[in-house]
Design a protein around this ligand. Structure first.
Ligand code: GDP
Length: 427
């Protein structure tokens, strides 16, 4: 069967840790969307790792890690990532790359930079990893799939054609150096060497694995609110972050996805621009940022300080609903142990009316948070293994949020490690 681990919010909810934990009982872990723009942080016996392209299952020797067709594949980043884990004594991982995955080309990264430069203050806060130009080309049907590396004649011809179009923009819009198809071809031949050992017909592989009763874990990046359709458009990412898209981006039947674990952090953080209703500022935000996650709330890829906020029940209820949540994993709860009182956003006030339904972007920008303040528990809950052993106010916090969002919190994460997890029965 297939299970998915996805985010309810803006990303950085702690999906990497939950995937790493669930990978213990999985055979195959698949990345199905996104690129090297976001990252997961994982802490385990080998050390601390920031993964951008490899699935979080690479640390187990019983799992196969798959890069699905829906991913924006950055081959040099992938090669460096494989290198970085192998040199830290992690057993050489079994990796498969879909022959239908498309490649982030060197010029996608350039175009991302040039466009941000051109937009200046009106930019989207891109990580400049080439993701938006990549997906634009994919849907404009001028992208390159991995399998194309293996037909050199056709590849050369297509490169000449694509460079012609790109060079018009480079010359007249961006006033930047032009692309040379021969140089690109040489670069791609190096990439071919890097990926050749891993290339695979992934949907057939997964189909057969399902027939053999294997367990597959789909690992999402970012969260619902960054989905291009259901998120805070246009401050979104370029590929769907929803579990449903896992069927497409991995190539598995949608009806095989039996469990959707939606990860939601006990407070909010976001990167990049866009409305963030429960955002906090000043010393209050700085303290939460410093204490947050495992070593502070700073981007895994960019090191940028994250924007901080209180837990947002409106956004999370919506985020869980769009994912088709069967289970909520509620993470980083231990971090809140320093607070006397914990505000929670339970509604949005928009033009004088209060709603608990997440609105479209224009309205969202006008929304003011309706806060309810819960008592803190003023203690360190790390190391606690049973739900009943959590302080009463801590349990009340979990149960209050569960009630507000309307989806069962079956896992509570109280530390960054694989074993820092408390399971709860569904009511
Ligand atoms: P992802 O992209 O959703 O995986 O999120 P991040 O990589 O930003 O992970 C969040 C950070 O929180 C990482 O540094 C994790 O090690 C850490 N983390 C995950 N779960 C917990 C938790 O329950 N408690 C604490 N203190 N840190 C956690």
């Amino acid at each position: 069967m297939v299970k998915a681990v996805v985010g309810a919010n803006w990303g950085d909810e702690g999906k990497g840790k939950i995937t790493d934990m669930m990978a213990e009982n999985a055979d195959i872990i698949v990345r199905f969307q996104g690129g090297a723009n976001a990252g997961h942080t994982i802490v385990n016996k080998y050390g601390k790792f920031a993964l951008h392209t490899l699935p979080s299952g690479v640390f187990y020797d019983h799992t196969t890690s798959v890069i699905g067709n829906g991913v924006a594949l950055n081959i040099p980043v992938l090669a460096a990532e494989i290198e970085s884990i192998v040199t830290k004594d992690v057993p050489t991982p079994k990796i498969l790359i879909s022959d239908r995955a498309q490649m982030v080309m060197p010029y996608h990264i350039l175009f991302d930079q040039y466009e941000e430069e051109r937009l200046g203050g009106r930019s989207f806060g891109s990580t400049k990893s080439g993701i938006a130009p990549f997906y634009s080309d994919k849907y404009a049907k001028i992208g390159f799939q991995v399998n194309e590396l293996f037909d050199e004649v056709a590849l050369k011809e297509k490169l000449v054609r694509v460079c012609e179009t790109k060079n018009i923009l480079l010359e007249h819009l961006y006033h930047k150096p032009l692309l040379n198809p021969d140089e690109l071809f040489d670069e791609l031949m190096k990439w071919k060497e890097m990926v050749a050992p891993y290339v695979c017909d992934v949907s057939t592989y997964l189909w057969n694995a399902l027939k053999e009763g294997k367990d597959i874990l789909l690992e999402g990046q970012l969260g619902t609110l960054k989905d291009p359709d259901h998120g805070i458009y246009p401050m979104v990412t370029s590929s769907s972050t929803l579990a449903g898209y896992g069927a497409v981006g991995a190539g598995v039947p949608p009806y095989e996805i039996k469990q959707v674990v939606t990860v939601s952090k006990a407070y909010s953080s976001a990167v990049g621009a866009g409305a963030f209703v429960s955002e906090i500022f000043g010393e209050e935000a700085d303290e939460l940022r410093r204490r947050g996650g495992d070593g502070g709330e700073y981007g895994a890829t960019t090191g940028r300080p994250r924007r901080m906020g209180w837990y947002d029940c409106v956004a999370s209820k919506y985020g869980c609903r769009l994912q088709g949540t069967t289970d909520v994993a509620f993470t980083v709860l231990d971090v809140l142990g320093y607070l006397d009182e914990i505000p929670v956003c339970v509604g949005y006030e928009i033009d004088g009316e209060v709603t608990t339904e997440f609105p479209t972007t224009g309205k969202l920008e006008k929304a003011k948070p309706v806060l309810e303040v819960l008592p803190g528990w003023k203690s360190d809950i790390r190391g606690i293994k049973k739900y009943e052993d959590l302080p009463e106010n801590c349990r009340k916090y979990v149960e209050f949020i569960e009630e507000q969002i309307g989806f069962p919190i079956t896992m509570v994460s109280n530390g960054p490690g694989r074993d820092d997890i408390i399971f709860r029965e569904k009511k």
